[in-house]
Design a protein around this ligand. Structure first.
Ligand SMILES: Nc1ncnc2c1ncn2[C@@H]1O[C@H](COP(=O)(O)OP(=O)(O)OP(=O)(O)O)[C@@H](O)[C@H]1O
Ligand SMILES: [Mg+2]
Length: 367
């Protein structure tokens, strides 16, 4: 799709980008966000449009497009509700669809030499042929403690994973210009939130935890850099299944129950409370994995994202279970809103829009 030396399709090496709609294709819904910048280089953003549209059950499975027709129809409806004229979009692959590897190389290399080295390294780490891969890299910065070396992040994915998402978008009449990775996009949005933490989050470890329909994604960040990522296959769909079997409901009724129109009046105590506890346990487990696989011994903040983050009382349950201050992510704090955006609704939707917001921010990346 883009610039070419390494059949690069990911976000890192982009020429100047047009304004993009951030499009997050999740397993339960598609989310779109369009931002603009107020004044040139002001760093103040304005939410122009956003929309969320459900994706029919099983049309997306484990981050793969199973039913192209159905997913592109959801995209089309979502775009229509955006009431925008923009058709260029930034997409992301789920973390599970990419292989990432950090390597260290001598500092000050020419681009061509770096490209050669990245290809050689990628050949060693990617379990499929390079010509079946989309590959990109980014120089992260100097290796800590060694100014003669730099760290380079390599990202690779099977071509078909990229192509199926691009195809879905094309079928919806839109054009994919950027392919990102979900946790990196969330991280871009997190950078806006970080400033609001005490001390601007400097020197602290913040665990960004996205709880979606099918998975919990943990991204631990230290001074704006990811130091740990992990996915646990547990999410809101498990609650739907619980409700469905406990109350003998259809999947649709169970979903409606979860979102508040209770058909069974003891839903909250019977299923929601245990589900909150299970989620908190999963989060605590994820933190344990983090501590045992890194040199870090504490987490300063947990930031909850994904639509499950809005489950009433979940932040408190997690804070009690983990003994870590827990906040619900809202990347739109401090942004201006266009007249069509309802502030209260946006605050409620904000945690589920983190990835889409990060993708929309790619429009303003310095080239
Ligand atoms: N009020 C609510 N109470 C409980 N669960 C909710 C509520 N609102 C939404 N959910 C659940 O949140 C999940 C959707 O979250 P989200 O939109 O972040 O997931 P996704 O991005 O589509 O999926 P994934 O990231 O796993 O691919 C669904 O399982 C949904 O039922
Ligand atoms: Mg998601």
């Amino acid at each position: 799709m883009l610039n070419g030396k390494l059949n690069i399709n990911f976000v890192f090496h982009q020429p100047k980008l047009p304004t993009l709609i951030g499009v997050d294709i999740g397993s339960s819904s598609v989310k779109m966000v369009e931002l603009s910048m107020v004044g040139k280089n002001s760093n103040i953003y304005r939410v122009e449009h956003y929309a969320i549209e459900p994706i029919p059950k099983d049309a997306m499975l484990d981050g793969n497009v199973v039913n192209l027709e159905a997913v592109s129809e959801s995209l089309r409806c979502c775009w229509k509700r955006m009431e925008t004229r923009l058709k260029t979009v930034a997409l992301a692959l789920p973390a599970a669809a990419v292989i990432t590897k950090k390597i260290t190389v001598p500092a000050g290399q020419k681009e061509d030499d770096l490209v050669f080295q990245v290809e050689t390294e990628a050949n060693r780490y990617i379990p499929f042929a390079l010509d079946e891969a989309n590959l990109d890299f980014q120089v992260v910065g100097p290796t800590p403690g060694n100014l003669e070396e730099v760290e380079v992040l390599i990202v690779a994915s099977r071509k078909e994973k990229v192509e199926e998402r691009v195809a879905v978008v094309l079928a919806a009449g839109l054009k994919a210009v950027v392919m990102d990775v979900e946790p990196y996009a969330a991280q871009a949005a997190f950078a806006l939130i970080e400033n609001l933490l005490p001390g601007g989050g400097k020197g602290q470890i913040v665990a960004l935890i996205d709880i979606g329909a099918t998975g919990i994604n943990i991204n631990a960040m230290h001074n704006g850099q990811s130091v740990y990522m992990r996915n646990q296959p547990f999410g809101g769909d498990h609650l739907a299944q619980e409700i469905q079997s406990y109350f003998n409901l259809s999947p649709e009724e169970a979903e409606a129950a979860k979102r508040g129109d209770e058909p069974a009046n003891n839903y909250t105590t019977r299923t929601l409370q245990p589900f909150r506890e299970i989620l908190a346990l999963e989060v605590a487990r994820a933190l344990q994995f983090f501590f045992t696989s890194t040199q870090f011994t504490a987490i300063n903040y947990i930031l909850l994202a994904g639509e499950c983050a809005i489950i009433p009382g979940l932040d408190e349950t997690i804070a009690i279970r983990t003994q870590v201050g827990t906040l619900v992510a809202n990347p739109f704090i401090g942004m201006e809103l266009s007249s069509g955006v309802i502030p209260k609704q946006l605050s409620a939707d904000a945690p589920s829009l983190l990835v889409a917001c990060g993708l929309a921010l790619r429009s303003f990346d310095p080239s």
